[in-house]
Design a protein around this ligand. Structure first.
Ligand SMILES: NC(=O)c1ccc[n+]([C@@H]2O[C@H](COP(=O)([O-])OP(=O)(O)OC[C@H]3O[C@@H](n4cnc5c(N)ncnc54)[C@H](O)[C@@H]3O)[C@@H](O)[C@H]2O)c1
Ligand SMILES: Nc1ncnc2c1ncn2[C@@H]1O[C@H](COP(=O)(O)OP(=O)(O)OP(=O)(O)O)[C@@H](O)[C@H]1O
Length: 281
């Protein structure tokens, strides 16, 4: 391991201080920071693309949002990501701050396992042209603005019509994202070792239209059938795009995955028990 890239939660002094300590502790490693961290600490500024190309390990100091940001920033190489929780929930940032340095020692020595998480590739197709193509760790959300009318979402799997959701929107979640927005919309919790896509309508007009779990190798297409001026596509809660009637959102499993460094002291279900307040065993 030569190059460690730190992505720190923006405007968070604890994250900045920890990043600085990491660099002091490992002088034999090249330690680089994301754009805002490098600016904060006066480290050399390295372009995102170069960070993505050089990283052997990424350390995320922040919450789930920072981890999603890091996964998007570092793209497709599957570089291990060690998530240290400075946020409120920490579903994906498994390592508490107190265990940061003991865990880093193990990881730098090569003694670690990763949890390989599926990603989705999402395309926004308008008039037969791909306007946007992006990779997703959590979810693809089609949603309406506050005053927009309920929309028709014509949905197919591998070209076979499923239904037209008359709903506020539709969420397409990965197993990782199943515990985020999709769960709030009534979707199932999917263990991250299962590869699938969860299709969840948001406030569907028809009460019988529930979440569907779709095998990961299928292509899901949703075409907006209403002329809505106020409907949006949100990717991982990070980027938003305005949608028009006739737009098609296509989702398939990505060839790339996100490799999260596992905290050997924490099991997936213990995270759920704690974060979802299920009580003791
Ligand atoms: N009503 C809702 O539940 C709702 C609404 C909008 C967005 N979201 C979620 O927020 C995500 C983006 O997260 P953010 O932190 O950048 O935005 P944010 O700061 O608005 O956080 C939303 C919350 O979702 C949690 N979260 C994020 N990913 C999660 C996951 N995989 N499992 C469990 N909880 C998770 C975060 O810890 C945070 O508490 C989106 O992908 C979407 O799923 C949820
Ligand atoms: N280094 C960064 N550069 C740019 N944007 C960032 C950076 N770190 C975090 N963000 C953005 O800030 C948002 C908030 O971060 P994050 O979700 O980690 O904090 P939090 O809300 O305290 O934690 P949690 O999501 O666990 O509640 C993220 O959605 C992300 O888009």
């Amino acid at each position: 391991m030569q190059t460690l890239v730190i992505v720190a939660k923006k405007d968070n002094p604890e994250a900045v201080a920890l990043a600085s300590r990491i660099r002091e502790t490992y002088p034999h490693l090249t330690v680089l920071g994301d754009r805002s961290l490098a600016h904060e600490l006066g480290w050399p500024r390295v372009e995102d693309r170069e960070l993505a190309a050089r990283a052997d390990l990424t350390v995320v100091l922040g919450g789930d949002g920072t981890l999603i940001y890091a996964a998007r920033l570092l793209g497709g190489r599957g570089v291990p990501i060690l998530g240290v929780n400075l946020g409120s929930l920490g579903f994906m940032t498994e390592v508490p701050v107190e265990e940061l340095f003991t865990t880093l020692e193990e990881v730098i020595a090569g003694r670690f396992q990763v949890d390989s998480r599926m990603k989705l590739t999402c395309r926004l197709i308008r008039g037969g042209r791909v306007l946007i193509e992006d990779e997703i760790l959590n979810d693809v959300v089609i949603n309406k603005g506050a005053l927009a009318r309920i929309a028709d979402h014509e949905t197919s799997i591998d070209g076979v019509p499923i239904t037209t959701y008359k709903a506020d929107g539709v969420i397409l979640a990965t197993p990782t994202g199943s515990t985020a927005y999709s769960l709030s919309a009534g979707g199932p919790i999917v263990h991250p070792s299962v590869d699938c896509t969860v299709l969840s309508p948001i406030c569907s007009h028809a009460l019988t239209q529930r979440s569907i779990v779709v095998p990961a190798d299928r292509t899901i297409r949703i075409t907006l059938r209403s002329e809505t001026a106020d409907t949006y596509l949100t990717l991982d809660g990070q980027t938003g795009h305005g949608l028009q009637g006739g737009d098609c959102i296509e989702v398939v499993r990505s060839a790339n995955r996100v490799n999260l460094v596992r905290n050997p002291r924490v099991a997936y279900f213990s995270i759920l028990r704690q974060k979802l307040h299920w009580g003791e065993r």
